[in-house]
Design a protein. Structure first.
Length: 410
């Protein structure tokens, strides 16, 4: 439920729904949503009804996609690109409450197709180039994108690391759009458990993100639009764990941002376990734990079963026990913390609902230069990843990056 301290009237009593609405409204700043689309869609959704959430966001996405096709057919490519971006975001929103892998995958594919049309049309218009890349990764490759403004040579480069369930649209709204305006090249990749790596390749999460970041830096450092000596990394949501973990081992990064700081991913899941289930988990009794979880979910209120299935999907597990056990591998060790050398910026939003207190904990544990950046309810910038203050968030993070990695290397 919402805290009265936020001084904000919620659209939904279901906090998952509420937070998703906030994130979607935040996308308005960079063209990934229209306020009217959002408000009209949520007005049709009864509180706590996941099937209605999926249906209504899909209907809005379908309508906007039809408008994009119409604009494209008549040669209005700027309008078409803008509409495809919004459609991609709305399809991704519909996936939030998808109750089966089949429904999730179908909606995700619509989201990705719409996103790729946005990329292709934006590149054809010529102001910004968005190029698909494939990054070597173990015995396969990972798909990604490079965002740049054509013709300026090697630039400071920002690697955007998405969260546990962020759509590829987040690379635009939470990193690329702001950084491009300040002359950065921006790179993102679907890492293990994220987007295409999960849906199309079946690659689950892994905690040691240096296994992703190192080959990505190897790959892009050879590009003419990337200055390999001035690479910074920004991690959003669970990326606030992966980025510190990666830069503890990959020392070519010259600056890193964690929004927010995450020391132990598992606390978000374990905090909701009743004591008797936590004891069963700690005892290692997988069969009993899974049975008791399944029984409890049958009688749970709200969308807990759907939410849990959504959270488990990127880990590549079907067992509740395996999910909670796997999540405990996502912890920064003292060795990880001691290994971080580059300057770090850690956001610290008030009313952080997933990992409260961990930004401050991460900052206290570091020996590298560290800056803690508070965001407050008084600014309308509280909650996880500051969803309703995208302008303020982008300005503060990019100001720090500009100071730490100047545009002119001299």
């Amino acid at each position: 439920m919402f805290s009265h301290a936020t001084a904000r009237r919620p659209f939904f009593s279901d906090d998952g729904f509420q937070f998703a609405v906030e994130v979607t409204l935040g996308g308005v700043r960079h063209g990934a949503a229209e306020p009217g689309d959002v408000l009209r869609t949520i007005a049709r959704i009864p509180d706590g009804r996941p099937e209605a959430w999926v249906a209504e966001w899909t209907a809005t996405a379908d309508r906007v996609a039809d408008e994009a096709r119409a604009a494209e057919a008549t040669g209005h490519h700027r309008s078409a690109a803008a509409r495809w971006l919004r459609a991609a975001n709305y399809y991704s929103r519909a996936t939030d409450s998808a109750d089966t892998t089949e429904v999730f995958t179908g909606l995700w594919e619509h989201h990705r197709d719409a996103w790729d049309r946005f990329c292709d049309l934006t590149t054809a218009i010529g102001d910004i180039a968005i190029e698909r890349i494939t990054v070597p990764y173990e015995d396969t490759t990972l798909p990604g994108y490079v965002f740049t403004r054509p013709g300026a040579g090697a630039r400071r480069t920002l690697v955007f690391v998405n969260g546990s369930d962020g759509p590829v649209v987040s690379a635009w709204t939470d990193g690329a759009a702001d950084a491009l305006a300040r002359g950065w090249t921006v790179v993102t990749v679907d890492g293990p458990g994220q987007n295409a790596a999960l849906v199309r390749q079946g690659i689950p999460f892994r905690p040691d993100w240096e296994a992703v970041l190192t080959p990505l830096i190897d790959h892009v450092s050879t590009r003419d639009d990337v200055d390999g000596d001035r690479i910074a990394v920004l991690g959003l949501s669970q990326g606030g764990f992966w980025v510190p973990r990666a830069v503890a081992h990959e020392h070519r990064v010259v600056a890193a941002v964690a929004d927010p700081g995450v020391v132990d991913v598992s606390t978000a899941a374990l905090a909701n376990l009743p004591g008797f289930l936590r004891r069963t988990l700690d005892a290692g009794d997988k069969e009993k734990f899974d049975q008791e979880m399944a029984w409890g979910l049958r009688f749970s209120r709200g969308n807990l079963s759907t939410t849990l299935a959504w959270r488990m999907r990127p880990y590549g597990v079907d067992s509740y026990y395996d999910f909670f056990t796997a999540s405990q591998q996502y912890r920064l060790t003292p060795e990880d913390l001691a290994g971080i050398r580059c300057p770090m910026l850690i956001t610290d939003p008030e009313h952080e609902q997933f990992w409260p207190g961990q930004s401050a904990e991460l900052a206290r544990s570091l020996t590298c230069p560290v800056t803690v950046l508070p965001f407050t309810a008084a600014e309308g910038a509280d909650r996880h990843c500051e969803p309703l203050a995208p302008a303020l968030r982008g300005e503060r993070i990019l100001d720090w990056l500009d100071d730490t990695v100047p545009a002119d290397p001299r």
